[in-house]
Design a protein around this ligand. Structure first.
Ligand SMILES: [Zn+2]
Length: 371
């Protein structure tokens, strides 16, 4: 009898150890699999490799205060170390409405997931990161307050318009929310700043081919019908939905003002959560980067650009079908509500994360495609 009990207990223990071992193997195999595929993402070749600067563009991270984020675990700097990273807005999901304490928690979370030369401990191997304001960071124009804007600006050294010069390349960052054109104080300041930058650029133009303009909202376009048919493109049935200017894209007036004042050679932005490339003139292209968060898209993307003072080439690296667990993520709101109701936040979070990992491993084909 005693011997039977001993044998049964031993069998249960062995089964428990086997289960734990299987979970550990799944988690690590999953990480290796993702790392292997992501490492196939390539920097585009350059005609002048000695003068070229490697820049990564990311957008729409939508980090949340809770832990139900679905940014994949592999940190961006472990993939293809860029020299510079531009994050094109919507770093946070509700940066304008959170309390100061929650805002600080979000900022800490950002620095953990996206270490930079300023915030990281191994600073030499980290990229320099520049950030642009998005509507989810400071609010759409009617909801933006001077507190929501100044809190974000203070933390990330952003401003309504800024000229950043890197290795002879001019980048101009613009806070899209201040391009409303309603002569409010912030909008008037932004227009004035852009006039000053435009004058600076035309008087002292090192970069003869014009600046690279970075906004959060895309330039004015009536809908998304000109966007392509790539894996990260907007679904076909949403392409012809009319865009609402100042909400889905910049207004036609603000677009003309930016093009006339800055005469850019390239425009890069985000906001729509889908990838898009539009040719405005023979030499002027606008790239819209898809969201980097699986909650928003099945195929998050990263632009890797090799840029010199008069040329650039871009690879759109889509991390294809990495986000099968998005199904889980879509319902995360319901899970969270139930968990809070029954006081089960921790077990739900643990099970949720484990499920995401298993589903990614079992149910997806991972790949990195260069457009
Ligand atoms: Zn946005």
């Amino acid at each position: 009898m005693l011997r039977d009990m001993f044998v049964r207990r031993k069998a249960i223990l062995q089964l428990a150890f086997a289960l734990i071992a299987i979970i550990i193997v799944i988690i690590n195999a999953n990480k290796l699999l993702i790392a292997y595929h992501v490492n196939r993402c390539e920097w585009p070749a350059s005609d002048e490799p000695m003068n070229a600067t490697k820049v990564m563009f990311l957008s729409d991270l939508h980090l949340r205060v809770d832990n139900m984020d679905t940014i994949f675990d592999n940190k961006y700097h472990e993939w293809k170390i860029p020299q510079y990273v531009f994050i094109l807005g919507d770093v946070f999901d509700s940066g304008n409405t959170v309390s100061d304490t929650q805002f600080t928690a979000l900022v800490n979370k950002f620095h953990q997931q996206f270490p930079t030369q300023k915030s990281g401990s191994n600073t030499d191997s980290m990229p320099i990161v520049y950030i642009i304001n998005g509507n989810h960071d400071i609010g759409f124009h009617p909801f933006m307050t001077s507190n929501s804007k100044s809190r974000f600006d203070r933390t990330f050294h952003t401003s309504s318009a800024k000229l950043i010069q890197i290795n002879g390349i001019n980048f101009v960052t613009i806070n899209s929310v201040t391009m409303e054109g309603d002569f409010c104080q912030l909008c008037s300041q932004a227009v004035q700043q852009l006039h000053t930058i435009g004058q600076q650029l035309s008087q002292n133009r090192v970069d003869k081919s014009g600046p690279i303009v970075l906004t959060h909202y895309p330039l004015y376009r009536k809908d998304e019908s000109l966007c392509g048919y790539d894996l990260d493109s907007i679904p076909e049935d949403q392409k012809y939905t009319p865009n609402r200017p100042k909400w889905d894209c910049l207004s036609a007036n603000a677009t003309q003002f930016i093009l006339k004042t800055l005469r850019p050679r390239l425009i890069v932005n985000g906001h729509t959560h889908y990838g898009c490339v539009i040719q405005h003139t023979d030499s002027l292209y606008e790239w819209t980067v898809g969201s980097f968060n699986c909650r928003n898209t099945l195929n998050p993307s990263v632009l890797l650009a090799t840029i010199s003072s008069d040329k650039y080439s871009i690879n759109n690296n889509m991390i294809v079908q990495l986000c099968a667990h998005t199904v889980m993520a879509r319902y995360s709101g319901t899970y969270r509500t139930l968990a809070v109701r029954f006081g089960l936040q921790l077990p739900v979070r643990v099970i949720g994360r484990a499920c995401m990992r298993c589903i990614v491993l079992a149910g997806t084909v991972l790949d990195c495609t260069n457009e």
